[in-house]
Design a protein around this ligand. Structure first.
Ligand code: APR
Ligand code: PHB
Length: 385
């Protein structure tokens, strides 16, 4: 079997790449180890940058997002007993975010791929990468897929990055001394916009998915276990961290889904080796505080599509050779922003009183200086491509 681009992973990166290539008349096959049902149900983040929204609309897969997504023109930073709105409409006019679950993006992309006759294979076993220096091919089960190029869109725990020989990649990483406990709940949001709250008890985030479904996150110790967090304890802690301004009360409801996510920053350089190109979480991870994970995957795929389109059009490899460098500029900006939001809003056990005062004074600066608030806003809504 043969295709132009062999894609490993049916997450946002792999599916969007396959669709954008299709729109350029370039063939691809997507190999996914999980079932369709699993990838469509997997609850992840849900904030889309302006550029991501524009990319999905331009690619013809934005109709349901525009209909069901929630455009937001600001977020709130809550600390020290007060809330501070970061007003995108004032600070970065014309740019906003859209709250729309990542699994909804995945559902829309799978539907579009299959409607276009795309080759997306689920529950594929033992995908392995071969021939990166010459004639690349993928093996899976007892099959072989010959291709001109392989796109590693298989996330942090995939097979593509580890298939690059020892010593080729430089690894940059940082683990944080806490994790996020996230829940999806059947309750109307208690706020129209996202609330990022910093308290002495730790960070919390109030997000949402629809007028009836809310999403919450709590900073918890890195070794926290779900069994130690019964529903009452989760709601009590969310109330303790969010009901910190006059007149605000948090509505609670049935918890539909919950999980604990480690917090790490991770980048490999370069994001390519031979005929293999890494995109999304396969090459970089950000802590979710800046809501950049999904948006970085989309940015990578835009760059890779242009490079592959030029290569398949007339064999030019300039853009392909520059793929990694082009992506890493945006990756490191998002790495810094995500690190910055994380250190600004979480409490660190090892911090002494002096460090906590510094953190609060920085929050005071960000929420009182238009220049500093603009920096946050333009990074949050996403820098133009
Ligand atoms: N063979 C086939 N598929 C694989 C393999 C493998 N060996 N290993 C992983 N996969 C699949 C996973 O099951 C998953 O569906 O690759 C897909 C990778 O998708 P994501 O992890 O969603 O990564 P990406 O598409 O880069 O999207 C990044 O996802 O994790 C969030 O916060 C992150 O929002 C960011 C986004
Ligand atoms: C989410 O809605 O899941 C979400 C929002 C903002 C973040 C992270 C996650 O920073």
């Amino acid at each position: 079997m043969r295709t132009q681009v062999g894609i490993i992973g049916a997450g946002p990166a792999g599916l969007l790449l396959s669709h954008l290539l299709h729109l350029r008349g370039i063939s691809s096959v997507v190999l996914e180890k999980r079932s369709r049902d699993y990838v469509e149900r997997r609850v992840r983040a849900g904030v889309l940058e302006q550029g991501t929204v524009d990319t999905l609309v331009e690619a013809g897969v934005g109709e349901r997002m525009l209909r069901e997504g929630l455009p937001h023109h600001g977020i709130e930073l809550r600390y020290g007993g007060a809330g501070h709105r970061i007003a995108f409409e004032k600070l970065v006019p014309g740019r906003a975010i859209t709250v729309y679950g990542q699994q909804e993006v995945v559902k829309d992309l799978i539907a579009a791929r299959l409607a276009a006759g795309g080759d997306v294979r689920f529950e594929v076993e033992d995908v392995a990468v071969h021939g990166l220096d010459s004639e690349p091919y993928l093996t899976f089960g007892d099959e072989r897929l010959d291709c001109d190029v392989i796109a590693g869109c298989d996330g942090f725990h995939g097979v593509s990055r580890p298939s690059i020989p020892e010593g080729v990649l430089s690894v940059f990483e940082r683990d944080y001394p806490f994790a996020w406990l996230g829940i999806l709940a059947r309750v109307a949001p208690s706020s129209d916009e996202l609330i990022y709250t910093r308290t002495e008890r730790g960070f919390a985030l109030h997000s949402m998915r629809s007028p009836t479904i809310s999403r919450f996150y709590l900073q918890v110790p890195p070794d926290a276990r779900m069994e130690d967090w019964p529903e009452e304890r989760i709601w009590a802690e969310l109330k303790a961290r969010l009901e910190t301004v006059p007149g605000f009360s948090l509505a609670t409801g049935e918890i539909l889904e919950s999980g604990i996510t480690p917090m790490r920053s991770f980048v490999v350089e370069p994001m390519q080796y031979g005929r293999l190109y890494l995109a999304g979480d396969a090459a970089h991870i950000v802590p979710p505080t800046g809501a950049k994970g999904l948006n970085l995957a989309v940015a990578d795929v835009r760059v890779l599509t242009e490079a592959l389109a030029a290569y398949f059009k007339d064999g030019t490899t300039d853009l392909l050779n520059g793929y990694s460098q082009a992506c890493l500029k945006r990756v490191w900006r998002a790495q810094h922003f995500s690190y910055w939001m994380t250190t600004l809003l979480h409490t660190f056990e090892e911090d002494d009183a002096y460090a906590r005062r510094l953190q609060l004074s920085y929050l005071d600066y960000v929420t009182s200086s238009e220049a500093a608030a603009t920096t946050l806003a333009e990074n949050y809504v996403g820098l133009p491509f």
